[in-house]
Design a protein around this ligand. Sequence first.
Ligand code: G6P
Ligand code: ZN
Length: 543
Amino acid sequence: MTRYVVATTPIDGQKPGTSGLRKKTPVFMQPHYLENFVQAIFTGTGGAEGKTYVLGGDGRYFNDRAAQVILRMAAANGAKKVIVGQNALLSTPAASNLIRRRQTDGGIIMSASHNPGGPTEDFGVKFNTANGGPAPESITEAIFEQTKTLSEYAICEAQDVDLSKLGVTTLFGMEIEVVDPVVDYHLMMEEIFDFEAIRDLFASGFTMRFDAMHAVTGPYAKAILEGSLGAPEGSVVNAVPSPDFGGGHPDPNPIWAKPLMDLMFSCDAPDFGAASDGDGDRNMIVGRNTYVTPSDSLAVLAANATLVPGYKDGLKGVARSMPTSRALDRVAEALDIPCYETPTGWKFFGNLLDAGRATLCGEESAGTGSDHVREKDGLWAVLFWLNVLAVRQQSVAEVMAEHWAKFGRNYYSRHDFEAVDSDAANGLMEALRNRLPNQPGRVVEGMTIEAADEFAYDDPVDGSRSEHQGIRIMFKDGGRIVFRLSGTGTEGATLRVYLEKVETNVAALQDNPQNALSGIIAAADKLAEIRLRTGRDAPDVIT
Ligand code: G6P
Ligand code: ZN
């Protein structure tokens, strides 16, 4: 085995976000590209010498090859040890857990989350720090600097490491421990949830379908739901991770998980349905004839947390991203605990969780989690729901109806206008920004505007300030519209319009959120001149 230092020219590395560097797979497969980025991670974080890392990915195309490169580079950079998921697989929450449990110096996760995978689709590499969470901006900034200046990387020449076999091997003096990707995660879930109660629920004939969407949660869901909790075999579908996710988008929402939605709204519907994304951090919850929005799901979990052994002593606080509906705030108020409102992006929860200020957190974009790891966790949310249903002995629809009767219902919907001309989108936001001072007191579609602002966040833990996090229009009756440009879109700009209206009169509750929100939707167009400025008559995606 030989260690090489390879001369290289810097990659035109786009700045890695907190979800790492995401690129088309062929870009990552170019000579030296992955190597440059991995070296930038090692060097940008003070070198790999003597350090221990976790390594795994969501199984997408190039995952297996990239893992071999990263191992050879870790060895050549003097790392002490790498803990790798068998066959280079680890869900994002499982990687976060391993980093924490094994007290490593961090981890490298290979994933592009819910984006499609395959030879012409997406790949990604992300670095998580020792707390198990996504690298903060100071670190991604340091990695980015390295990508621009790097002139060499270190790698050793070696045979592929056999990642199919559990156990310990060495590579150029570095220890490699291949672990079952599921075992530690499974143990953690057993510590949090009442597995006995959920077992009894399945034994009583309760049925479910979990759609793993050909992605990484398949093996986790099979082992935990079918293996340990006794869900009938076949409850977990699309359970084998495939390099191109069966040709689909592994994104658990009513659009990309349509087969599951169709089943749940048919006469063959099981009692409970759920899905997770490519790397296992997002979730979708659906009951028979009942879709639960991520915002409502978060509120229900908070309201029922003490039914779960891991949260039996109550929650220290809760947190949601600003555009997430305020259903959670109503629960927090009733529980008399703090509710934090953060900008969009999981990284903003990290400080609150580390400081013990929040126990549960979530986002409208289908992420829910708690202080058990430092990432959102799809299967955890599913087990939380099962635990609640097992204790309450009610259907999802009954749980939702009681929740709304008690706390009121926050009708909620997100309208996305995709691939909008960037100038038009920025112009729309700028015009809204300029008109903010004139909004209070204005009557739009019969509703009076109470307040209007552009959201900025002062982190209560480290004091940092994040500005321009979305424009909020608040109405007197509790309605709200948020306008925000997506930070993850790839083509032009994506305008997200988050619509919310509160109904506290149980007798007036209705089924269809789009109908309930019609006034708010019309007001959004009036306020932002969406049709005029974007040239679009209707949103591309409604969730
Ligand atoms: C990623 C992050 C989430 C965030 C979402 C926002 O999925 O992991 O934490 O909510 O992006 O995406 P957007 O397109 O709305 O900026
Ligand atoms: Zn994800």
